[in-house]
Design a protein. Structure first.
Lengths: 437, 511
């Protein structure tokens, strides 16, 4: 009898046993830098598992190669960063730079499931400009105890050593796919391999470089001015608010209803903002009850509102923001429908095509949880590393750019075109413009 | 269904007054008799062979434990209140046994396990760093019915077991788990002289609905509270951060197997043997309410072989009892995402024990010894976690039975020592996760610790307490203390303590 039972036990089907997984990453210089001899052994490679969140970091060898000999199978974001000292960069390229130069490269959502997987990353230098985002308060505050998204704002900083004028400075939210990477059907014809829109498929588009050379604005706002109306001193900043009110105090909204917050400590007083976005008179918009027009605050010029009825930043983090200036009026720029549109109707939305050459700063926000990440809307040359506030939506946390150094009392903010490295967070947003981290 | 079964089984347990084979309490007085009674209720062949034809027992018990010398996926403290009843009855050509229990469990400081049960073997479950309180309730009921087909020759029977458990936790992430299992084992038994042989097939199914959600939305999607992240644990190191905080999963179970039995005697020895092979298939997935089919994301298969023997010898001077148990577990998963098996679990458990009771009229001492060998191997290939540990646990015991006047006393003391014999662990640094430092490392330290345990039991059965039936009380305590100081991993986030204490007390009624 025992033999029968044991025989039964031994008849089980043999499992198909998994093989151990390894990943080889090879870092190389982008084509534009290929003539130079930067020391690739200084490159740091980070592989982030998008299901477990496990992060592995290693230094490359002299050939720019890193072997992660034992990692879990899954989908990975891989990032390479090479910091070149200012004097080395000057020596190697012959171009004088004052600060260290950071070369970045990323690969997004790469499947690593074979016993041995090889990936190649090209690293490139990004643009460094005078205007930078200093603080981004996209998370908003508690939906019932705070002010929800009403108190969102951005702070823009003069990171140069000369006076800059904010007149005609544009702020835009970038259009793109907001679907979770794990839920995307990558076979769709209007998507690129990274899950983001392929703008070459947009109706009316005939530019083969539509993805590489442009960013597409979902919302677009401009600081008004004659050209030298809004001077910003070096090391100083301006705040653009969605609604420039004291959100800690009760106010009466557009429908005559009083709006209060239960816990004023969760939100901020934006009555001292420099500019606000008011969309109550934007053509075709049904005004939002809480989009108040503070007459004491200068309104932004609105070119596109996207889907928002105010300046509404995505509190979950599915957003990317850019700053740019243009000598040409954007109203004359080309606009294209989203690539997933198959026909043009009266309700089709069009998005401004912004040349990347004009961009002064760009920040890719991301969803905190690795498994909920969306395709990036900005490529490496614009922002190599997405960033987020750790406590997520409606947490009252803001992103603030780190301090790089102080020169004669002027704070120079860190700008390596890698927001993951350049930003940290505040648990309470700062509207005094005086906080540096 | 559940209610109907309960009524029937309580009826079997309580309705028929016990007589003839002696008072029911005598079946639960001596430890050797308790083992024989338990065997008798395990299946049809053993029930047929039992001299017990009517008995019943009901317990109202309260038990608990406390202490930091534990695995990371165990509760720090816990209490349980339980009502339990069992019985055997004979009616013409039928013989029945049945049991019913209802228990409520309160646990505190349980982390990394949003499971409905406390097993540390099965993969594919949720867990978080945050420890919290669990409340569970459990119904279990079952029984065996045997029918005489041919007098003194052939018998047909069946064994049925039903279990329902519900678990909830009161801190985020808060799981709500409802599970049930139903097993049936039809059996044919053949008597050849003093020997009774049985063979049964086992079939079973079950399901488990798992909902994990958050009350506080701040914890749901934020990384600012890492202890609140709801992980999906795919093996023993391989994990997912869940896509959303809230999850609704369904687990289905299919069981098949075979059972062989022997009950008989040789000389003055009563011999009982059973061997049980089970094949369990657990399928995990998402329930699709608008579809006829659920999505299946992974499977866990477990082959289990149990063999037990109980030999009881009686003489005028000494009653002996020798028992041995062998269990072998062989489990592995099939991850449909990876299209391969990544998690492998093997366990070998062997236990042997011997008891000798000197037969006296009033005071009967009993002496015994036993040994356990328990070896577990876990391999999680995706995360390159390879863990082996085995222990040997010898024990000695002495019991004393006092039967005088209108009452009976029994007491016992047991001393055990746990000795780790072989162990190894391999986790590359590149694969270390919060689960590694929170569970794998601390549990390895736990399983490779030597420890000494002492337990005691005291009971009293009153013959004249109530007119209709006898009643008694039983109490027990157990204390384990770690005897080594060494911890292997400096980065463990759970550091076990030195000791653990447990107790139980019950009020017993014998019918």
């Amino acid at each position: 009898m025992v033999a029968v039972v044991i025989a039964g036990a031994s008849c089980k089907k043999e499992p198909n046993e998994l093989q151990a997984v390894s990943l080889k990453v090879t870092v190389a210089l982008d084509q534009a830098l290929s003539g130079y001899t930067f020391n690739l052994a200084d490159a740091e490679i980070t592989a982030t598992n998008l299901t477990s969140g496990k992060v592995n970091t290693a230094k490359a060898d002299a050939s720019g190669v890193v072997n992660f000999s034992s990692i879990s199978p899954g989908n990975y974001d891989v990032k390479a960063t090479l910091t070149v000292k200012a004097e080395d960069y000057t020596t190697i390229t012959g171009t004088f730079v004052e600060d260290d130069v950071v070369l970045n490269g990323t690969l997004t959502n790469k499947t690593v499931s074979d016993a041995s997987t090889s990936l190649n990353i090209d690293i490139k230098a990004g643009r460094v400009g005078g205007w930078v985002f200093k603080q981004i308060y996209y998370a908003g505050s508690h939906t019932s105890n705070g002010a929800s998204f009403r108190d969102q704002f951005i702070e823009i900083y003069n990171n140069s050593n000369e006076i800059l004028y904010a007149d005609s400075l544009y702020f835009a939210q970038v259009e793109g796919v907001n679907t979770r990477l794990s839920s995307i059907d990558f076979s769709l014809p209007y998507l690129r391999s990274n899950g983001q829109y392929d703008w070459t498929k947009s109706i009316g588009m005939n530019d083969v470089n539509a993805n590489e050379n442009y960013t597409y604005a979902r919302s677009l706002f401009m600081i008004p001015g004659t050209g030298k109306q809004h001077a910003v001193l070096p090391g100083k900043s301006i705040i653009i608010a969605g609604t420039a009110l004291n959100h800690k105090a009760p106010f009466t909204n557009n429908t005559g209803k009083e709006v209060t917050v239960k816990d004023p400590s969760l939100t901020v007083d934006l009555s001292g903002a420099d500019f606000e976005v008011y969309l109550g008179d934007f053509p075709g918009n049904t005004p939002l009850a809480t989009d108040m027009d503070n007459p004491a605050i200068t309104n932004m010029v609105n070119y596109a509102r996207g889907v928002g009825k105010d300046l509404i930043l995505d509190a979950t983090g599915r957003d990317a923001y850019v700053l740019f200036k243009s000598s040409q009026p954007v109203s004359a720029w080309k606009k294209y429908p989203s690539p997933d549109e198959t026909s043009i109707t009266t309700s089709t939305d069009y998005f401004y095509q912004v040349p990347n050459t004009l961009l002064l700063d760009a920040v890719q926000i991301q969803v905190p949880l690795e498994t909920s990440r969306i395709p990036r809307k900005l490529h490496d040359g614009l922002d190599a590393g997405p960033v987020f506030v750790s406590k997520g939506q409606y947490s009252s946390q803001s992103l603030i750019r780190k301090t790089s150094k102080t020169v004669n009392g002027r704070v120079v903010l860190k700008d390596t075109n890698n927001s993951a490295n350049d930003f940290t967070e505040l648990n309470t947003p700062d509207v005094t413009k005086s906080v540096f981290k | 269904m559940k209610y109907l079964l309960s009524v029937c089984l309580i009826g079997i347990s309580l309705h028929f007054p016990a007589f003839a084979q002696g008072s029911a309490d005598s079946l639960y007085f001596f430890k050797q008799e308790r083992a024989l009674t338990a065997w008798s209720m395990s299946n049809g062949t053993q029930l047929l062979n039992s001299a017990i034809y009517r008995t019943g027992k009901a317990d109202i018990s309260f038990s608990g434990y406390d202490g930091h010398f534990r695995r990371a996926q165990q509760a720090e403290t816990g209490t349980e209140a339980q009502v339990y009843t069992e019985g055997i009855s004979t009616l013409n050509r039928f013989k029945f046994s049945g049991y019913f229990s209802f228990g409520r469990v309160w646990q505190d400081s349980l982390a990394w396990s949003a499971k409905g049960t406390g097993d540390d073997m099965t993969p594919y479950y949720y867990g978080s760093i945050k420890a919290g309180k669990f409340e569970r309730l459990a119904y279990e009921m079952g029984g065996t019915a045997v029918y005489v087909l041919v007098n003194d020759r052939l018998y047909a029977g069946t064994n049925l077991n039903y279990r329902y458990r519900s678990s909830t936790r009161s801190v985020d992430p808060r799981p709500e788990i409802d599970q049930f299992d139903l097993e049936i084992a039809p059996e044919l038994s053949l008597r050849l002289g003093k020997h009774l042989f049985g063979a049964a097939v086992k079939l079973g199914f079950g399901s488990e609905n798992i909902n994990v959600d958050y009350k506080n939305p701040d914890f749901k999607l934020s990384l600012g509270y890492p202890d609140r992240i709801n992980y999906y644990l795919r093996g023993y190191g391989f994990l997912d951060k869940t896509r959303h905080g809230a999850q609704t999963d369904v687990k289905t179970k299919r069981l098949s197997g075979a059972l062989v039995n022997y009950a008989g005697s040789a000389g003055r020895f009563d011999i009982r043997f059973r061997a049980d092979y089970s094949h369990l298939l657990e399928r995990n997935g998402k329930e699709l309410t608008n579809s006829s089919r659920d999505t299946i994301s992974n499977e866990f298969l477990l082959n289990k072989l149990d063999a037990d023997i109980l030999m009881t010898g009686r003489s005028e001077a000494v009653n002996h009892q020798l028992s041995a148990t062998f269990s072998f577990f062989d489990g592995y998963d099939h991850d449909l995402r990876l299209r391969a098996s990544s998690y492998f679990y093997n366990r070998t458990f062997v236990e042997g024990s011997y008891l000798a009771r000197l037969v006296r009229k009033e005071i009967s001492p009993e002496f015994g010894a036993g040994i356990i060998y328990d070896a577990v191997q876990r391999r999680d290939i995706s995360s390159a976690h390879f863990v082996d540990h085995s222990v040997v646990e010898p024990r000695i015991e002495t019991n004393l039975y006092l039967s005088k006047g209108k009452g009976k006393w029994f007491s016992g003391v047991q001393l055990a020592y746990r000795i780790p014999v072989a162990s190894s662990i391999s986790v590359p640094q590149s694969q270390e996760t919060v689960f590694t430092t929170g569970v794998v490392y601390p549990d390895y330290d736990y399983h490779t610790s030597s420890a000494v345990g002492i337990s005691g039991e005291l009971g009293y059965i009153a013959h004249s307490f109530l007119k209709q039936f006898n009643a008694g009380i039983t109490g027990g305590v157990s204390y384990w203390s770690r005897t080594d100081e060494q911890l292997s991993f400096a980065n463990s986030t759970f550091v076990m303590g030195k000791s653990r204490f447990s107790f139980n007390a019950s009020l017993n009624f014998y019918f």
